[in-house]
Design a protein around this ligand. Structure first.
Ligand SMILES: Cc1cc2nc3c(=O)[nH]c(=O)nc-3n(C[C@H](O)[C@H](O)[C@H](O)COP(=O)(O)OP(=O)(O)OC[C@H]3O[C@@H](n4cnc5c(N)ncnc54)[C@H](O)[C@@H]3O)c2cc1C
Ligand SMILES: *[C@@H]1O[C@H](CO)[C@@H](O)[C@H](O)[C@H]1NC(C)=O
Ligand SMILES: *[C@@H]1O[C@H](CO)[C@@H](O)[C@H](O)[C@H]1NC(C)=O
Ligand SMILES: *[C@@H]1O[C@H](CO)[C@@H](O)[C@H](O)[C@H]1NC(C)=O
Ligand SMILES: *[C@@H]1O[C@H](CO)[C@@H](O)[C@H](O)[C@H]1NC(C)=O
Ligand SMILES: *[C@@H]1O[C@H](CO)[C@@H](O)[C@H](O)[C@H]1NC(C)=O
Ligand SMILES: *[C@@H]1O[C@H](CO)[C@@H](O)[C@H](O)[C@H]1NC(C)=O
Ligand SMILES: *[C@@H]1O[C@H](CO)[C@@H](O)[C@H](O)[C@H]1NC(C)=O
Ligand SMILES: *[C@@H]1O[C@H](CO)[C@@H](O)[C@H](O)[C@H]1NC(C)=O
Ligand SMILES: *[C@@H]1O[C@H](CO)[C@@H](O)[C@H](O)[C@H]1NC(C)=O
Length: 624
């Protein structure tokens, strides 16, 4: 950081003495961002494999292993040499559990079985993603090494553990010039497994870990504290450095989600969103390798159209982001509250839902005060229900102020005969609140459930619409749906640029609800298909019906969502995003399920309601 400050002073002095109106390239690049691929380097190696441009010939399908057009071992070797040895021949994470892989090893397998639910296991693997049903479940951890043969399924064939921009450019140009499918993997958290794909070359951003605090950032129209984050940085890593510098940043509630990858690309919601807006709203500038291989900066002054699209238009669509610069805020006190209530001798199911309604009536009051609520509603036996805060979280608020805010709500609950024992705790900062509230990693990697989601506009919780909203929620929960609720808004914030591609439905919402359907661990494909269909077409249809014109959050959404273009992006935004996709990625180098332009492609061998990335990627014939 010290060397950056010196550098910044030197540059400022230089420009002060020349043209006052001109600012230096802002913000400065990380050292590895300055290692770029040059035209000379390409001319001296292999322009056919590594050349820039969007001039790849038209092919109906991407090349697939076994095809005559699939690069030969010698060609992959040539890529590996050019990359300085960073090419990885991928191995399924659970291969050590199977006798048909040379990696077979009972002890390693046991470790993988025990840690399969830990996000870190998947984050540290070049190709694993956290929702194995969309990989095809072709290599699940097992105790019986002979039960079946493990295969790659939807995992990429090769991965590049990139550490420089030139490696990203080489891999990307290679994939485009050889017609090999390209995927980008950061952590693998996406609900639709948007980071994997059969027969793909994967760009793995995990090793890009720089965090730079810019105490007095001064570029474009913003001056103040900011962070420049490399694309492999995790939420918990930046929160920790923010704490050390007495500032607060917007990131996820989950410890291990990436910040600069899918989180910001998808919009990004944060425990502090009700105070400062979406994750994507905080972005001042991004560095990105475009589909033609060129490396550019996107901000208000440079590629403003991409600056708009990369903040909300979804991951893996317009290029590979190598770093983002986001604004930071002063340290704020946080007060949290936990309690739970259930149906019981004195609380009927009707009273339980009246209690939920009592909370919902305050959704707008709470988010307008900058607060966020995270809660669970579930049926634990027929007609028996649980409500639990995980927790309610108020930003920039001390305990006394919090007490005044929630007292009317607690009184309403008491008047319904629901007595609760709130635990209200004040913390001096976001980091202390965060580490005490969510001390461990969340569980991932399961194959026995699947979530859909919906943004609920504030009018859903006004007296005239509350009953209808509650009825739709109750319908799903009564039938076994698990509701993970967020009382949250994307706060208006004039101090940042909120003109971005974040789904406009966020701007009207005071709630984001996830709804999961579950099934037994040994469920057949037919059972999973049936449960997924019920979730999408029955339970969720009722949620859509009470929230006309709203939508949902693409990064925590149903891969089967009908009309995903409108629901994930908003119809108006989608038209512009699609046009930009044609402009910047005319050859369709970047594809991910439900990403902008993905409707022009399909993966072969799919069954309804259970899509996977385990197949060849092909263009849909014109007009389909
Ligand atoms: C347990 C859990 C908790 C979560 N909590 C939150 C939360 O609190 N708030 C929230 O907003 N979201 C949350 N999410 C959702 C999360 O934000 C998304 O899954 C997000 O897409 C993850 O991004 P990633 O880069 O970490 O993961 P990945 O799955 O690796 O990537 C997601 C998408 O972005 C693309 N991508 C990744 N890096 C880049 C890059 N550098 N350039 C271009 N494209 C890239 C990938 O190709 C993929 O399409 C949660 C998810 C899980 C599973
Ligand atoms: C790439 O080269 C490195 C270093 O020589 C080697 O360890 C690695 O196995 C190679 N990768 C592939 C896919 O051959
Ligand atoms: C695994 O593959 C081998 C070789 O093709 C085959 O003989 C064996 O039956 C397969 N095992 C299972 C469990 O399918
Ligand atoms: C953070 O604030 C504390 C208390 O005000 C102060 O002692 C410390 O020096 C600050 N740290 C930084 C890096 O500014
Ligand atoms: C939002 O940004 C885009 C891209 O720069 C620009 O074309 C548009 O005019 C902006 N809209 C508003 C309302 O400022
Ligand atoms: C139910 O209500 C009765 C009468 O008010 C009270 O005595 C009893 O303790 C309550 N039971 C529970 C579980 O709250
Ligand atoms: C927190 O509240 C204080 C005092 O009300 C205010 O000055 C400050 O701007 C707020 N901070 C944020 C980040 O909103
Ligand atoms: C209240 O919550 C805090 C923070 O989680 C915890 O440390 C404390 O033990 C809780 N108090 C009670 C009485 O449960
Ligand atoms: C909503 O339901 C409650 C309880 O059933 C009822 O008292 C109230 O009149 C209803 N409100 C509207 C607007 O229908
Ligand atoms: C799954 O397990 C349950 C309980 O062990 C059993 O009743 C059911 O038949 C099994 N289902 C399948 C599809 O194997």
């Amino acid at each position: 950081m010290a060397s950056f400050l010196l550098w910044s002073v030197a540059i400022t002095a230089f420009f002060a003495s020349s043209a006052a109106a001109v600012k230096p390239a802002c913000p400065p690049k990380f050292p590895w961002e300055q290692i770029e691929l040059t035209d000379t380097a390409i001319a001296n190696s292999n322009p056919v494999l590594f050349g820039f441009g969007n001039n790849a010939g038209f092919s109906q399908c991407k090349a697939f292993p076994g095809d005559a057009s699939w690069p030969s071992p010698a060609t992959w070797d040539s890529l590996n040499r050019t990359l300085g040895g960073a090419l990885i021949q991928t191995v399924p994470l659970a291969a050590p559990c199977y006798r048909n892989w040379p990696q077979y090893d009972a002890a390693t397998c046991q470790y993988i079985r025990e840690h399969w639910g830990d996000p870190n296991l998947h984050i540290n693997d070049p190709t694993s993603a956290m929702f194995p049903i969309y990989q095809g479940r072709t290599c699940m951890p097992t105790e019986d090494p002979d039960s079946s043969n493990c295969t790659l399924g939807g995992y990429a064939s090769y991965s590049v553990a990139v550490t420089t921009v030139s490696q990203i450019q080489l891999a990307l140009n290679f994939a485009r010039n050889t017609n090999v499918r390209l995927v980008v993997k950061n952590t693998g958290h996406d609900f639709a497994d948007k980071s994997i794909g059969a027969g793909a070359l994967s760009i793995w951003t995990h090793k890009l870990k720089d965090i730079q605090f810019l105490a007095d950032y001064d570029c474009g129209r913003y001056r103040g504290p900011a962070f420049k984050l490399a694309s492999g940085v995790l939420t918990e890593e930046v929160y920790k450095v923010a704490e050390q510098n007495n500032v607060t940043v917007a990131g996820g509630e989950c410890r291990t989600v990436g910040i600069a990858g899918g989180y910001i690309a998808g919009g990004g919601h944060s425990p502090i969103s009700s105070l400062v807006g979406m994750g994507a709203d905080q972005v001042l500038s991004l560095e990105v390798v475009l589909p033609d291989g060129r490396y550019v900066t996107a901000n208000e002054d440079s590629y403003p159209d991409l600056y708009w699209a990369l903040r909300g238009g979804g991951g893996s669509t317009y290029g590979v982001v190598t770093s983002v610069t986001i604004r930071a805020y002063p340290k704020i006190p946080i007060t949290t509250m936990t309690f739970a209530f259930t149906t019981g001798p004195n609380i009927t199911a009707d009273t339980f839902f009246a209690g939920l309604g009592a909370y919902m009536r305050y959704f707008d009051t709470f988010t307008s005060a900058g607060a966020y609520g995270y809660f669970l509603v579930v049926s634990f036996a027929p007609g028996e229900y649980l409500f639990q805060f995980m927790p309610m979280w108020a930003n920039n608020m001390t305990a006394p102020a919090f007490n005044s805010l929630v007292t009317p709500f607690l009184t309403d609950l008491a008047n319904l005969g629901i007595s609760v024992t709130p635990n209200i705790t004040e913390y001096p900062s976001m980091y202390t609140a965060y580490t005490n509230t969510w001390p461990g990693p969340e569980r991932v990697g399961t194959t026995d459930s699947h979530a859909a989601s919906r943004l609920f506009p504030r009018e859903n919780f006004t007296p005239s619409k509350l009953n209808e909203t509650l009825a739709a929620v109750r319908y799903a929960v009564e039938r076994g749906g698990i509701l993970i609720g967020y009382n949250i808004r994307a706060a208006p914030n004039p101090s940042v640029n909120q003109n971005n591609s974040v789904n406009p439905a966020w701007r009207k919402a005071t709630a984001f609800f996830l709804l999961a359907a579950s099934w037994p661990a040994n469920a057949t494909d037919a059972q999973i298909q049936a449960a997924s269909k019920t979730l999408t077409t029955d339970w969720m249809e009722r949620w859509r019906a009470v929230t006309p014109g709203s939508g949902t959050y693409m990064s925590e959404a149903d891969i089967n969502e009908p009309d995903f273009q409108r629901e994930f992006y908003g119809a108006g935004h989608y038209r512009w995003l699609y046009r930009l996709k044609q402009e910047y990625d005319p050859t369709g180098l970047f594809y991910a399920p439900t990403a902008v332009g993905s409707e022009d492609w399909y993966v072969t061998g799919q069954v309804e309601w259970l899509p996977t990335q385990n197949g060849r990627l092909c263009r849909k014939p014109e007009g389909k």
